[in-house]
Design a protein around this ligand. Structure first.
Ligand code: ADP
Ligand code: MG
Length: 250
C-alpha cells in the first residue's frame, strides 16, 4: 500500500532520515521506536509531505507521491496533486493541536467542510460517528480547555478519522499525557487496529507496540537499525544500540 524506497531527508549536513525503506501493507500496524533525534518525526513528515525528501521515493498504491518523473527528472507534483495525495494520510500529533475556539464536534466537522471533502450535513453525521468511536459523544459540545489531555487527544484522533484517510500516522500520541490518561488513548488506537486501520505509530509505549504492532522498526541516527516482529525486536535485539535503548525504556 505504502512504500518508502531509500528515502533521505537532510537538514544541511545533518542526515535526519538516511536511506530508509519501508513496506506498509494495508491493515498493518507499524511502530517506529528509537531515541530522541533519530529521525522518527521527520520520517512521518516525509510520508504526508510536510517535508520534501532529498532522495529516494515514496509510493502510495503504486503512485509516486510528492514527486513525479518527467523527462527522466524527479520534480515535485503540482499543488493540486499534492493536496489529493495528502488526503490519504491522517496525522495525530503529540500536542493534539486542536482548534481552541471550536467545540469537540466543530473540531472534527470543520476540516472536512473546509477541504471540500463533505458538505455540512455529511460532516456532522461523520463527526458524530467518529466522536462515538472514540467514546466522546457525551463531550461533543465541550471546548478543548474543558477536556482532559486524554480526551483532547481522542478528539484529535476523531478529527483525523473524520477525513477518512487510508493511513493514520501518530507521532508520540501519548508522550504529552499524564500517565493515568495514556491507556484511554492507547485503547482507542488498539480498537482502530482491530478494525483493520493501517497505522504508523511513533511511540515509546513498548507494551503497546508488543501487543498491537505487526512490525517494529527501530531508528537511530536517521537509519533503521532493527526491524521485525515485536517479540523479536523488543526481547532479542541484535545490535548493542538497540539493546541499550530497550533497556532504558523498559
Ligand atoms: P525524533 O522525532 O526521532 O526525535 P526528529 O525527526 O525530530 O527526531 O529529528 C531528527 C533530527 O533532525 C534531529 O537532529 C533534529 O534536530 C533535526 N531536525 C528536525 N527537524 C529539523 C528542521 N526543520 N531543521 C533542522 N533540523 C531539524
Ligand atoms: Mg519526534
Amino acid at each position: 500500500m505504502l512504500q518508502l524506497v531509500g528515502v533521505s531527508k537532510h537538514f544541511g549536513e545533518l542526515r535526519a532520515v538516511d536511506d530508509v525503506s519501508l513496506d506498509i501493507t494495508a491493515g498493518s500496524v507499524t511502530c517506529i521506536v528509537g531515541p530522541s533525534g533519530s529521525g522518527k518525526s521527520t520520517l512521518l513528515r516525509t510520508v504526508n509531505m510536510m517535508e520534501e525528501i532529498d532522495g529516494g521515493a515514496i509510493f502510495f498504491e503504486g503512485e509516486m507521491i510528492g514527486h513525479e518523473v518527467r523527462n527522466g527528472h524527479r520534480v515535485p507534483v503540482s499543488k493540486a496533486v499534492a493536496r489529493r495525495q495528502t488526503l490519504n494520510f491522517g496525522m495525530v500529533f503529540q500536542h493534539f493541536n486542536l482548534f481552541p475556539n471550536y467545540t469537540a464536534l466543530e473540531n472534527v466537522t470543520v476540516p472536512p467542510v473546509l477541504t471540500g471533502r463533505a458538505d455540512k450535513a455529511a460532516a456532522r453525521a461523520t463527526g458524530l460517528r467518529v466522536l462515538e468511536q472514540v467514546g466522546l459523544i457525551g463531550r461533543k459540545d465541550h471546548y478543548p480547555n474543558q477536556l482532559s489531555g486524554g480526551q483532547q487527544q481522542r478528539v484529535a484522533i476523531a478529527r483525523a478519522l473524520a477525513m477518512e484517510p487510508k493511513v493514520l500516522l501518530f507521532d508520540e500520541p501519548t508522550s504529552a499525557l499524564d500517565p493515568e490518561l495514556v491507556s484511554e488513548v492507547l485503547g482507542v488506537m488498539r480498537a482502530l487496529a482491530e478494525r483493520g486501520a493501517t497505522m504508523i505509530i511513533v511511540t515509546h509505549e513498548m507494551r503497546f507496540a508488543e501487543d498491537v504492532a505487526d512490525e517494529v522498526v527501530m531508528m537511530d541516527a536517521g537509519r533503521i537499525i532493527e526491524r521485525g516482529a515485536p517479540s523479536e525486536i523488543l526481547h532479542n535485539p541484535t545490535t548493542e544500540r538497540a539493546k541499550k535503548f530497550f533497556a532504558s525504556v523498559g
